[in-house]
Design a protein around this ligand. Sequence first.
Ligand code: NDP
Ligand code: 2IT
Length: 446
Amino acid sequence: MNNAYLNRVFEKVKQRDPNEKEFIQAVQEVLESIEPVIEQRPDFEKAGIVERMVEPERIITFRVSWVDDQGNVQVNRGFRVQFNSAIGPYKGGLRLHPSVTLSVIKFLGFEQCFKNALTGLPIGGGKGGSDFDPKGKSNNEIMRFCQSFMIELQRHIGQFTDVPAGDIGVGAREIGFMYGQYKRLQNEFTGILTGKGLSYGGSLARTEATGYGLCYFVDEMLKHKGESFNGKTVVVSGSGNVAIYATEKATQLGAKVVTLSDSNGYIYDPNGINLEVAKDIKEVKRGRIKEYVERVPGSVYTEGRGVWSVKCDIALPCATQNELNEDDAKSLIANGCKYVAEGANMPSTPEAADLFKSMGVFFGPGKAANAGGVATSALEMCQNSMRLAWTFEEVDAKLKGIMQNIFKSAIEAASEYGSADDLVLGANAAGMQRIAEAMLCHGVAY
Ligand code: NDP
Ligand code: 2IT
């Protein structure tokens, strides 16, 4: 980082929270890329925009105690980081995973601010969650945890204040339990969560939105290079919400998806993933991805994290942060991979992302490529406010338009700042400018 102002801000972040490695990583990636913006806009430094953007407006941590099926008291830690509300109510998911720490939630909240700004919709950035591990828990344990979590969260959220949604470990079931508890406590039926069930205010196409949106974004990347999904081989990691619907849309657009994975290993199906089987295992039975090979002849399961060694044209990491490192990037490049787009948040390590850039792999960062989920959440908020529900086709068409616009904003910003095709710079610059303009209008304080 050559810019003195950005250096100063970054040193302060590291000095304040030296142990928050994921947060520091996310901040570094943004600050390194926005140097040309800062050089053109001295008013941003004068107004302290960057040092305000790296400090959350509010951090809430709380105890979540609940009783397991054996009658034992369990205690988890809950978080909500309300990062930036310059352009709308805080918006972002809730993650339930044992790896959740304040650093993880802060990195996700920070990324969310830029992502949400890029959608062009009026949503600020936030993120929350808990170190609760949903794996192996009964339905009743999940319900009791979600209810206890909402007992505290309810006082901090609201349709005009903060609207959480799902993320890793939080899908329609968990949102339902949380919504029910909110309604009991507040005696109010408003759109305080997104990703709701269709019977109580959810939006059609929200389930599919992140994975579909990712493919609409990749379709723009391909078109930009005069290509299409047709006939391409795609490697997808993860086997959750994002991975499944990315696989579905890529297949519909003419590609062959050959892998899915989880934290234990990956499956390879040379004939293209059979989605009916994958959905049954993951969405109905809540099983493990290795069960796929018992049901689909010709497919192979490999234990461990080797998914990036599979030959492909397009790689879509859709599991979790830092799941794709420098060695993985080398093996993708050696096998001829030309496009990488992030369905997950920050799945590529900085070394991997740098390598993609230097080796001419067209790289779509998560805050642009996976913005379809939160964009459709904003469409759910819109429908809730109007007491209306749009058809699947209407929502899907809006989602596609939003993803096309995000690509356009990012690619144009990249050119404007003299780095054609650098979507990391483009996404960070376009997102930052929108937030900064609003912050300038509001004056100092948040
Ligand atoms: P799910 O809980 O539905 O699925 C998560 C998937 O990732 C599972 O296959 C899980 O495997 C795997 N995974 C999780 N943690 C790890 C880990 N530490 N190592 C290896 N694999 C892991 O979550 P989503 O599909 O919703 O989320 C996936 C990613 O997409 C996340 O990064 C999330 O932040 C991001 N995202 C999600 C959006 C959404 O709308 N849902 C929107 C935008 C981004 P296992 O079962 O073994 O844990
Ligand atoms: O990372 C993300 O953008 C999400 N988990 C979705 C957030 C949302 O509010 O829909």
